[in-house]
Design a binder for this molecule. Structure first.
Ligand SMILES: Nc1nc2c(c(=O)[nH]1)N[C@H]1C(S)=C(S)[C@@H](COP(=O)(O)OP(=O)(O)OC[C@H]3O[C@@H](n4cnc5c(=O)[nH]c(N)nc54)[C@H](O)[C@@H]3O)O[C@H]1N2
Ligand SMILES: Nc1nc2c(c(=O)[nH]1)N[C@H]1C(S)=C(S)[C@@H](COP(=O)(O)OP(=O)(O)OC[C@H]3O[C@@H](n4cnc5c(=O)[nH]c(N)nc54)[C@H](O)[C@@H]3O)O[C@H]1N2
Ligand SMILES: [Mo]
Length: 614
């Protein structure tokens, strides 16, 4: 009220939201509302949020943070294989024979998975890492290809050039299980290693040696994360990874595959539950009449038949008035979207904004209503991890104060908008709705996952779950698609005014915007502030000493942070995280998007580095 928040009863707040939503739908139509779901909380929460938007409000404007990380995976692997998920399972890692880890900060962002890779290496597995930084996992590699930021398509095309010209690819596999070889070959033949070398910063000889090694060990696992996806060419990068593994005949067998390590604890689940503008739960398309009918019958409503807006368009829609109401459930977009100054201007212009969170955040500042939610361990439900395993999450403590489960909040809003939903617990939502409506999860019930979880596809009650997808090269879409992709540079490259490349990512001791880890004393002692990681060469050139405050500026903004001189970072590159509001890299990052997945290029923009003269 006014410029401040006051306490309200649940009833007052829920009723206000329901009335506001109803009014906006009446005045501007359902597509004037948009929702962003949460990849931290349980499946049942995301399911209910997308159900609120689709069946009660009447819009497909529902999305979540997979947009910023693995939307290129969902789109790219669906194109290549017919399904956009990690193909293999974690217990195969320990026994892996060869790993190609590309664009992954494994030891800091997936430390448990990294442990299995390290153990495999200790037991004789071969490890190849392609990363611009000498990061933690590169320390364990037999070969570290210190690739230039944004050059992965060029590298992989040239590796495939070697496979084809030296007759090292799996001809039987390609002939039996794939289509599109000739078209792809035409593209690949324009990328000899000698041409890729200057683009990637890796000499042609190394590209040849590494490729020959990869062809000599079978099967091999490819592991990638955001160094691949968070680019304007993110989808093409993902397709390249799939091309390479199909050419090697490595998809559809244990200890092989294309393995995107997913991000947030339940980002796989939030995608699975249909918190995506084009997908109903279980990847059933909103444009598909038969799927829509099934959900219309189950939910007793009519459903919109066109894909909704993705997050960047929702944010851009606020100042133009296309979006009147934004519902942000468990995301802190005022810190995590690129170009914070611009994002905050957009959020300020929202006519009506609602947040569910477990803490006040930089984003809740812009809300008109904040609902205090129960966190994981304060409610019963399920998470789905990176290997597609649906696991039980149990209530261990009561939510603090008057906090309520997120699924309950959506259900209460729906009720006030005239829709009474029968399922009144996580278990009922999963067993009676999700499992009933989604063939992929049909065999997964709470009673079956009390001990270990089950990996989807799990299509019947006696189905054991799926460890390896596309087994023996039998792809979800029939044959695997080899798709030619051309290399394109990042949207913003260094020039005289902004001569450095800035790439951004994570550090071990903090989680995203620190709404949770920032409240842990010990973690703040381990890592208490942001730094700009720079090379000794650049530090020397600019007369910067370790720990000195420097200014990093891009076309969007500038931040003052301490310089950290480290051998992890090569000359010309600055590396920062986005954990701290002070010095947050997203004041600098470029909101240029992949044209298909609308994922922002968090991994590359141009910046200037200056000594701050007192
Ligand atoms: N401690 C911690 N763990 C986390 C998180 C966290 O906040 N903190 N967040 C979680 C989430 S949501 C996600 S999505 C994952 C992300 O997991 P990662 O993607 O592994 O994490 P990032 O730190 O973003 O690392 C990206 C890596 O890509 C490299 N890279 C940058 N540009 C390029 C390029 O052009 N090509 C190549 N080949 N490599 C490049 C970087 O040097 C870096 O090593 O982490 C999850 N785990
Ligand atoms: N520069 C740069 N920016 C990036 C990235 C990058 O690599 N570089 N990576 C991007 C990626 S991959 C991601 S995933 C995004 C992450 O972006 P966000 O999802 O916006 O980041 P978080 O800080 O994890 O926000 C999660 C919010 O959910 C709340 N929360 C946690 N549990 C619950 C719950 O059970 N219920 C409710 N209601 N709320 C809960 C937390 O308090 C927090 O406010 O950041 C993106 N931004
Ligand atoms: Mo993520």
């Amino acid at each position: 009220e006014g410029n401040d928040f006051r306490r309200a009863s649940w009833n007052e707040a829920l009723t206000l939201v329901a009335e506001k939503f109803t009014q906006i739908i009446k005045d501007h139509g359902p597509d004037a509302l948009a929702g962003i779901s949460c990849a931290r909380s349980i499946n049942e929460d995301s399911y209910n949020m997308q159900k609120l938007f689709r069946s009660v409000i009447g819009t497909n404007n529902i999305d979540h943070c997979a947009r910023t990380c693995h939307a290129p995976t969902v789109a790219g692997l669906a194109r290549s294989f017919g399904s956009g998920a990690m193909t293999n399972s974690f217990d195969e890692f320990k026994h892996g024979k060869l790993f190609f880890v590309i664009g992954s900060n494994t030891t800091e962002a997936h430390p448990v998975a990294a442990t299995w890779i390290k153990q495999a290496v200790r037991n004789g597995a071969h490890l190849i890492v392609a990363d611009p930084r000498r990061n933690g996992i590169a320390e364990h590699a037999h070969t570290h290809m210190q690739i230039k930021v944004g050059s992965d398509v060029a590298l992989i095309n040239s590796m495939m050039y070697v496979l084809i010209t030296e007759d090292l690819y799996d001809k039987t596999y390609v002939a039996t299980h794939t289509t599109g070889f000739d078209e792809m070959k035409n593209m690949v033949m324009t990328w000899p290693p000698e041409k890729a070398a200057p683009v990637c910063g890796i000499d042609a000889g190394t590209i040849r040696t590494v490729t020959r090694k990869m062809a000599s060990v079978k099967p091999a696992m490819l592991v990638y994360t955001l160094g691949i996806t968070e680019h304007t060419c993110g989808v093409n990068n993902v397709i390249s990874c799939a091309n390479l593994q199909m050419l090697l005949g490595n998809v559809g067998s244990a200890r092989g595959g294309v393995n995107p390590l997913r991000g947030q604890n339940n980002v796989q689940g939030a995608c699975d539950m249909g918190a995506l503008p084009g997908d109903l739960p279980g990847y059933q398309k909103v444009t598909d009449k038969v799927s829509r009918k099934k959900f219309e019958q189950a939910w007793g409503t009519r459903l919109p038949d066109q894909p909704g807006m993705m997050i960047p368009d929702m944010i851009e829609g606020l100042p133009t008035g296309k979006i009147k109401a934004l519902y942000v459930f468990g995301e802190n977009i005022a810190n995590t979207e690129p170009d914070i100054h611009h994002v905050e201007k957009c959020l300020e212009s929202a006519e009506f904004m609602v947040c569910n969170d477990i803490f006040p955040t930089e984003t809740t500042r812009f809300a008109h209503v904040i609902f205090p939610a129960a966190a994981w361990s304060e409610d019963d439900g399920t998470f789905t991890n990176s290997e597609r395993r649906v696991n039980r999450v149990r209530k261990a403590v009561r939510p603090p104060g008057e906090a309520k489960p997120d699924w309950w909040i959506f259900r209460e809003i729906a009720r006030r908008m005239g829709h009474v939903w029968p399922s009144d617990s996580g278990q009922k939502i999963w067993d009676n709705e999700v499992a009933e409506l989604c063939p992929l999860f049909h065999g997964i019930r709470f009673s079956r996952i009390e001990k270990d979880g089950l990996q989807w596809p799990c299509t019947s009650l006696d189905h054991p779950g799926t460890k390896v997808m596309h087994l023996n090269g039998n792809f979800t879409c029939g044959k695997g698609n080899l798709v030619p992709v051309e290399w394109t540079p990042p949207a913003e490259v260094p020039d005289n005014d902004f001569p450095f490349v800035l790439s951004t990512g994570r550090r071990l001791y903090h989680y995203h915007t620190r709404t949770q880890t920032g409240r842990c004393l010990g973690l703040n002692e381990l890592l208490g502030e942001e730094t700009a990681d720079i090379s000794a060469e650049d530090a020397h050139l600019l007369d910067i000493t370790h720990g000195e405050m420097v200014r990093v500026s891009s076309r969007r903004g500038s931040v003052d942070v301490k310089a950290k001189i480290t051998s992890q970072v090569p000359e010309g590159l600055i590396w920062m995280a986005f954990h701290f509001r002070e010095g947050c890299a997203n004041f600098l990052t470029n909101p240029a998007l992949d044209p298909v997945s609308k994922t922002a290029e968090f991994k590359a923009c141009a910046v200037r580095l200056e000594k701050i003269v007192a």
